[in-house]
Ligand binder design. Structure first.
Ligand code: G3H
Ligand code: 13P
Ligand code: ZN
Length: 340
């Protein structure tokens, strides 16, 4: 099956009331973990790579690994998505290298750190929409800002600062009209990385009401929740039990994500939980068998641990069981859709 644009998958998710995990990858084992989870749950998947991932792995490796995943899993629809593109050039190079979907994150300036202004965001996002839609590639934009992208800890907005950059529903409406994005990432108080909240979040800091308001105003726009790792206590405990030093922290509870999915959230970005699963599994092997030095002895359990997290999210978000139902369209076949 060919790789498909994000729009095709999210339209089906909206029609059928489910959400789809968008899972970050940097290497072969992470792609394999996602595909094993997809196979076991019959789920369509969004595999995404950040700028950092592209730099680490190289687009050619990513593209061929994802094409291998498609070849080996002919029943699983796959979207290959650029996470947090920072400029037209970054998005264009992803399109040129086989990505079927790109995020233009103009909520931050080109440095990927400092919040930008509306005019810049709308202009650069519209440019990306024009370039991408012309070749049938989907586009995600962002309004409001999350931050914490590069290292997930400290580089972006703090828990308090995140509250100052929440999405304004008026701006969200205008942004969708001005840009024509397929999917809209919103800022509701969460952030990237493990250190999102100092205690289990209440509606004071995790503004699910805002999602409901945005969905009321934009019922036909696919909403994206970034920073959606749940940072499970058991994964923190495993890491710390085997020599890690993670400070106590709280993520986005899965029930809150499910509430979002009932209110228009269709794409749910998760990276940190998988990083934690991998790290915990590797630490355990290193601690229990310090004599081991075959990478397969620790990358195998790491892959297995990530697969379990992916499976749990695929089931919880509702994408499980839908792989066979997606009306497959390639990017070329979407050109007319976007032109019309
Ligand atoms: O949005 C952030 C993702 O977790 C990717 O993180 O930029 O460290 O690859 P990264
Ligand atoms: P987490 O850090 O919560 O996993 O968020 C990932 C993300 O939003 C990627 O774009
Ligand atoms: Zn993100």
């Amino acid at each position: 099956m060919p790789l498909i644009p994000l729009r095709v998958l999210l339209d089906h998710a909206a029609e059928n009331g489910y959400g789809v995990a968008a899972l970050n990858v940097n290497n072969m084992e992470q792609i394999q973990a996602i595909m094993l989870a997809a196979q076991e749950t019959d789920s369509p998947v969004i595999i995404q790579a950040s700028r950092g991932a592209r730099k680490y792995s190289n687009d050619n490796y990513l593209r061929h690994l994802i094409l291998a995943a498609a070849e080996l899993n002919p029943t699983i629809p796959i979207v290959m998505h650029l996470d947090h593109g920072n400029s037209l050039a970054t998005c264009q190079s992803a399109i040129d290298n086989g990505f079927t979907s790109v995020m233009m994150d103009g909520s931050l300036s080109e440095d990927g750190k400092v919040p930008s202004d509306y005019a810049y965001n709308a202009e650069v996002t519209e440019q990306v929409v024009n370039a991408a839609h012309a070749v049938g590639v989907s586009v995600e934009g962002e309004i409001g800002a999350l931050g914490g992208i590069e290292d997930g800890h400290g580089a972006g907005l703090s828990e308090e600062e995140a509250q100052e950059h929440l999405t304004d529903p008026d701006q969200a409406e205008k942004f969708v009209a001005d840009t024509g994005v397929d999917a809209l990432a919103v800022a509701i108080g969460t952030s990237h990385g493990a250190y999102k909240f100092k205690k289990k979040p209440t509606g004071e800091v995790l503004k699910m009401d805002l999602i409901e308001e945005i969905h009321r105003r934009l019922p036909n726009t696919h909403i994206v929740m970034h920073g959606s790792s749940s940072v499970p206590q058991e994964l923190q405990d495993i890491i710390n039990q085997y020599g890690g030093q993670m400070a106590q922290t709280y993520g986005v509870p899965v029930e809150e994500i499910q509430r979002g999915i009932r209110n228009g959230v269709r794409k749910v970005n998760v990276d940190t939980d998988n990083r934690m699963a991998i790290t915990g599994a590797i630490r355990k092997v290193f601690s229990e068998t310090p004599e081991a030095f075959d990478p397969r002895k620790y990358l195998g359990p790491a892959r297995e641990a990530m697969k379990e997290v992916c499976k749990a999210r695929m089931i919880a978000f509702g994408q499980a069981g839908h792989a066979g139902e997606i009306p497959i369209k390639t990017c070329s076949e979407m050109i007319d859709f976007y032109a019309g």
